[in-house]
Each structure stands twice: as structure tokens, then as C-alpha cells.
Design a binder for this molecule. Structure first.
Ligand SMILES: C[S@@+](CC[C@H](N)C(=O)[O-])C[C@H]1O[C@@H](n2cnc3c(N)ncnc32)[C@H](O)[C@@H]1O
Length: 201
């Protein structure tokens, strides 16, 4: 029997398993986020993206189901002399706020197929009108690689799925990419990703 390691178990090490540098897709598109914005980072894990956004002068709320990850996120923030707000919660049972954030940044937050559309809709509603969503995830072709991601195809996203989940938004970019990841020991090598940039109407 295969026992899937919990996120707390995965993050219970000294190093940052996805690295300390921001995700490259986020860094490429972050200039679209207005100065001083309030940014929500669901599933921020060990905080590499939330902390980097805070270093850009943005106000960050990171929510994650891993207390161990969030503790590392706060330590990373302190090392960079910035602060981020953190909340330990399961996003499937979270009281999602509405029209609250200027941007939502979701990086490799994979969810079961019965949950993902609901969470994606909640992300959109959590944005103020005109707010920006930046999302990167793995697509089914990632199953052919060893650079990370869920091993169950139903947890992977296609551009068609994201077009449906975010149909109410203005889609600025919905692109399937072949990239080379260099994100700590767990995301390393060729990868099949999908990137979405969208704006709430
Ligand atoms: C692959 S990691 C990515 C972490 C981070 N976004 C990054 O790119 O470094 C996925 C993260 O999503 C979090 N996560 C998964 N399901 C969640 C849920 N239902 N509620 C909150 N966090 C969740 C995990 O705890 C983990 O930190």
C-alpha cells in the first residue's frame, strides 16, 4: 500500500522543498499586480511566493493546510525583513471572503476534481472587480515526468478545464507550456504546466 506523505511531513525538513525563490510564472506576470495591492496566496506552502510578493511591497495573506509550511513561511519572511499574514486552514472548508483582494496567486495548488471548480469559483469571487488571478499548475502530460505534481490524472488541469472554471473572468492568458523547473529538490527538470492569467470582471 502506498501512503501519501502529508504536507506537514513533506515540509518537516530544514530546507525549502520547492526552493526559496519565487515561481518563474509568477515572477513573469507579477508586474500586472498594482503597487500596494492586497494579495491572497492560497496553498502558499513554505511561503516562497508569498514572501517574494511581500518583498515587492504587497500585502500578503497566505492560507495553507500545513502548519509546518506556514511556520517556515514566517521564518522566510523574517529573514527577508518583511511580514506576511498567515492562516492555517483547509480551503475547502474556509469562509472565503468576497471582493476582498486585488490579486490571487495560486501556484501548484492541486485539488480533487470534485473540489477544484468550487475553489476556483471562490478564488474569483474573492477578487475585487478588476482584480487579477495568476495561476500555474500541472497538466496531464506531467504524468510522463518526474518533476513533481499529483500522480492522479483527475487532479491535473487542462486549459479547457480552466476556461470553464474561469469562464466569468476576462482571460488574459491560458497557456499550456513545456518548461524546465528549478524549484528546490521536489520540482526539478522538464515539466508540463498550464498558466492562467485572468481578471475578474
Ligand atoms: C505543491 S504545494 C505548493 C506550495 C506553494 N504554492 C509553492 O508553489 O511553493 C501545494 C500546497 O497546497 C496546500 N494545500 C493543498 N490542499 C489544500 C487545501 N485544501 N487547503 C489549504 N492548502 C492546501 C498544501 O499544504 C501545500 O502547501
Amino acid at each position: 500500500m502506498t501512503v501519501r506523505m502529508s504536507w506537514d511531513g513533506r515540509f518537516s525538513c530544514e530546507h525549502y522543498v520547492y526552493g526559496e525563490a519565487p515561481n518563474a510564472f509568477l515572477a513573469r506576470h507579477a508586474s500586472l499586480i498594482p503597487a500596494g495591492a492586497r494579495v491572497f496566496v492560497p496553498g502558499d506552502g513554505e511561503g516562497r511566493n508569498g514572501v517574494w510578493l511581500a518583498c515587492q511591497g504587497l500585502h500578503v495573506l497566505s492560507v495553507d493546510t500545513s502548519a509546518v509550511g506556514l511556520e517556515k513561511a514566517r521564518r522566510l519572511a523574517a529573514r527577508h525583513d518583511v511580514s506576511i499574514e498567515t492562516e492555517h486552514a483547509d480551503l475547502t472548508a474556509w469562509a472565503w471572503p468576497e471582493a476582498t483582494f486585488d490579486a490571487v496567486v495560486s501556484i501548484f495548488l492541486h485539488l480533487p476534481p470534485e473540489t477544484a471548480p468550487f475553489i476556483h469559483a471562490a478564488m474569483l469571487k474573492a477578487l475585487k472587480p478588476g482584480g487579477l488571478l495568476i495561476l500555474q499548475a500541472f497538466r496531464p502530460e506531467q504524468l510522463g515526468y518526474t518533476s513533481g505534481g499529483p500522480k492522479d490524472v483527475s487532479w491535473l488541469y487542462t486549459s479547457a478545464m480552466l476556461a470553464i472554471d474561469f469562464a466569468k473572468a476576462e482571460i488574459l492568458l491560458n497557456v499550456e507550456e513545456a518548461v524546465s523547473l528549478e524549484e528546490g529538490p521536489l520540482h526539478r527538470g522538464p515539466a508540463a504546466t498550464i498558466g492562467l492569467v485572468a481578471r475578474r470582471r
